[in-house]
Design a protein around this ligand. Structure first.
Ligand SMILES: Nc1nc2c(ncn2[C@@H]2O[C@H](COP(=O)(O)OP(=O)(O)OP(=O)(O)O)[C@@H](O)[C@H]2O)c(=O)[nH]1
Ligand SMILES: [Mg+2]
Length: 420
């Protein structure tokens, strides 16, 4: 039998504070996630709205239109690029009745990818926990829904409610069991960490947006053999490899006594990760939380590089390591420089760039004078995108590498060694 791909329709709304660029990139990422799950996108629908519809997320008319298209194209699932409120997923489900289609939100999709990729039993438990956290409010909502139905179809009073109670109790017990098992894993991990501390081993944690090349970097630096793939969330558990550093004595130019450090690679980040999901992966992220320093890996060819750096920094703040010592590792420099992004243009929409262009005039400089100053390098207009990136993130000791071609890893090793 042919391996059929899951057919999906993606929907999103564009609120007034979203730029067309942001909307586009959010949609691209959802498509990427859908493909990673093994789905194929049939239709992408965006609707401009002040805020999501209270019941159906997008407008009811638009939703009905999409359902009709879905039926005609044998679509199996509609995916909303946001976190749906329980009442929204119910209202949409009600409209989807008999169409054979399901409704997922962004978190459902991410959880399904996690589920598919999870290899260790710890990762599986963490995903189940995240699933319970995500489903919980919906089950509570189902209680309301069944009670409503009771009134309508005359189900014996109390029946629906008690079934919901049973389900809630079941989930509560399951959650307790999972938390206990995860605690056991965490204890073992802690023993390992304590041993390393006693041996005075330093640790560096690799973090970064999903698909930035974190596992590739771990492999390039330590020969660990972590799983690498061109898909989102290829890694869901933590791996630790050993790096032997021979720092160079600057005065004599000779290598001095070497040192071993441990490097860990873990799950990648993505925008709009809900805190409950991060919480569920706490024990996996513990290696990062306890590390002596952080290597933030960034795909230098990513058109949304600055936004993604922000997302990662946000999550690092959420897990309490925003202020840890950090090195920015810009990866994939082997790819053509032509692919490199220009300066961020998101501000263009907010008039900031425009204002900046007007600044010389507003400051009383004539255009001629500006050109002169530019020539004499008083005002520098850097053209090299790597230069721009370096200047922007100078305080994070940027290093440019290629994990794939093992280029510039010596420099990275030296920067790490100076740091520790
Ligand atoms: N050209 C090029 N490709 C790279 C480089 N490093 C990684 N890649 C590719 O980028 C893709 C993602 O690499 P991974 O190492 O799996 O990325 P990751 O950050 O671990 O991703 P997740 O675990 O999914 O979050 C793979 O297809 C790699 O072959 C590099 O230096 N140059
Ligand atoms: Mg990985």
């Amino acid at each position: 039998m042919q391996n059929q791909k899951l057919k999906a329709i993606l929907i999103d709304i564009i609120t007034p504070d979203t730029t067309p660029e942001e909307a586009q990139s959010r949609m691209e990422e959802l498509e990427n996630l859908t493909n990673t799950f093994g789905g194929v996108v049939v239709v992408k629908a965006m609707q401009k709205r002040g805020m999501p519809d209270y019941d159906t997320y997008i407008g009811k008319g638009k939703l009905d239109e999409i359902i009709e298209i879905g039926k005609a194209k044998c679509v199996e699932v509609i995916i909303v690029n946001n976190i749906l409120k329980p009442r929204q997923s119910y209202a949409i489900e009600e409209r989807l009745e008999k169409s054979g289609m399901k409704i997922w939100d962004r978190i459902d999709l991410i959880l399904k990818i996690f589920d598919k990729h999870a290899k260790t039993s710890e990762a599986k438990l963490q995903i189940e926990l995240a699933g319970i956290e995500h489903m919980g409010p919906r089950i509570f909502g189902m209680g309301l829904d069944l009670m409503r139905q009771e009134g309508r179809v005359g189900v014996r009073s109390g029946q629906g409610e008690s079934n919901i109670e049973i389900m809630k109790r079941h989930l509560r017990t399951r959650k307790q069991n999972i938390l206990k098992k995860l605690e056991d894993y965490e204890k073992i991990r802690k023993l390992h960490r304590d041993r390393r501390k006693r041996q005075n081993l330093k640790t560096a944690a690799i973090v970064g947006y999903t698909n930035a090349g974190k596992s590739s970097l771990l492999n390039a630096m330590t020969n660990k053999g972590a799983y690498v793939a061109d898909q989102l969330f290829a890694t869901l558990s933590t791996r630790v490899g050993k790096l032997y550093i021979q720092p160079k004595n600057e005065e004599e130019g000779k290598y001095t006594h070497g040192q071993e450090i441990l490097i860990s690679d873990t799950i990648g980040f993505i925008q709009d990760l809900p805190p409950s999901l991060i919480q569920a992966f706490k024990s996996t992220l513990a290696e990062t939380i306890e590390a002596d320093m952080i290597l933030h890996v960034i795909d230098v060819t990513d058109p949304h590089i600055h936004k993604k750096i922000e997302v990662v920094e946000d999550i690092l703040n959420q897990i309490g390591v925003g202020d840890s010592p950090k090195i920015y590792v810009f990866n994939k420099i082997d790819l053509s420089v032509r692919n490199l992004p220009e300066e961020p243009d998101a501000n263009e929409y907010r008039g900031i760039v425009k204002a900046a262009k007007m600044a010389p005039k507003n400051l009383g400089w004539e255009e001629k004078e500006r050109v002169e100053r530019e020539k004499t390098k008083e005002i520098k207009t850097p053209k090299d995108p790597l230069h721009e990136i370096k200047a922007k993130y100078l305080h994070h000791r940027p290093v440019f590498v290629s994990a794939m071609e093992k280029a510039n890893l010596d420099e990275l090793t030296q920067v790490i060694s100076k740091f520790l």
